[in-house]
Design a protein around this ligand. Structure first.
Ligand code: KIV
Ligand code: NA
Length: 263
């Protein structure tokens, strides 16, 4: 599983043969430049979902319920979930937390006919009470809490659970205990599957200015940020030197995008 937020990232993820796409509320950070995931609205999530759905016909697409849209009550949680499916076009929704009220919310959404992915361990929407982006489940009590929350979400009808930033043995224990798949991020290799943020895995933010948005646990599988910056720099240099456009790029051979006609 990989996140995507727009048409082009969805095309890339689909083309790579990845099974699931998460339209994550991490969009707040990597697409909108916020320091955490809290500010993104349901309306903005719906825009991201629609763009991703257009670009990725094959993978299962999961949309994040944004902070503030589902915490008040199980009944409140159904409405934004319905909108993500009906207006956003996603196949399933993801919600954070494993406290009893959240488990009831998951159950209510499943009963409304919508598949729910749970998310326990480090739940970034609770950064205010967690005191920062910190690993969870590091004490015996904490580890039990993670496994029990995952079991309760399974009982509520969730089809999978994300385990974020918990020690590998805790993720392994949860994966053993559950019948539904676990999807790990910063949780070791013993989960059923893995998820990473598109921008993080591609190395999109390589400038020191942006290091805060790439978590320590994320392996960069590419240098997309460096490739993009190099191409943009070359373009600027060629324009400044007037070596672009060259003779080969005559209007007939290099038409402006707006003049293109579809075949
Ligand atoms: O929003 C997101 O990208 C996520 C994943 C990190 C699991 O929730
Ligand atoms: Na998220």
């Amino acid at each position: 599983m990989v996140t995507a937020y727009d048409y082009s990232s969805a095309v890339h993820v689909d083309s790579a043969g990845i099974d699931l796409i998460l339209v994550g509320d991490s969009a707040a950070m990597v697409a909108h430049g916020h320091d955490n995931t809290l500010p993104i609205s349901l309306d903005l999530m719906l825009q991201h979902c629609r763009a991703v759905v257009r670009g990725a016909p094959r993978p299962l697409i999961v949309g994040d319920l944004p902070f503030g849209s589902y915490e008040a009550s199980p009944a409140q949680a159904v409405e934004p979930a319905v909108r993500l499916v009906k207006e956003g076009g996603v196949d399933a929704v993801k919600m954070e937390g494993g406290a009893p009220s959240r488990v009831s919310a998951a159950k209510a959404i499943v009963e409304a006919g919508i598949a729910v992915m749970g998310h326990v361990g480090l739940t970034p929407q609770a950064i205010s009470v967690l005191g920062g982006f910190r690993a969870q489940g590091k004490t015996v009590d904490g580890a039990l809490k993670v496994v029990e929350a995952a079991l309760a979400l399974q009982e509520a009808g969730c089809f999978a659970v994300v385990l974020e930033c918990v020690p590998s043995p805790v993720a392994a224990a949860a994966t053993q205990a559950l019948q539904i798949p676990t999807i790990g991020i910063g949780a070791g290799s013993l989960c059923s599957g893995q998820v990473l943020v598109y921008h993080d895995l591609l190395g999109m933010f390589q400038s020191p200015n942006h290091s805060k948005v790439t978590p320590k646990f994320c392996k960069q599988f590419g240098n997309a940020g460096a490739v993009i910056t190099k191409a943009l720099t070359e373009y600027r240099e060629h324009v400044e030197a007037r070596s672009f456009p060259d003779a080969a790029c005559t209007p007939s051979r290099c038409p402006a995008r707006t003049l293109m006609t579809s075949p």
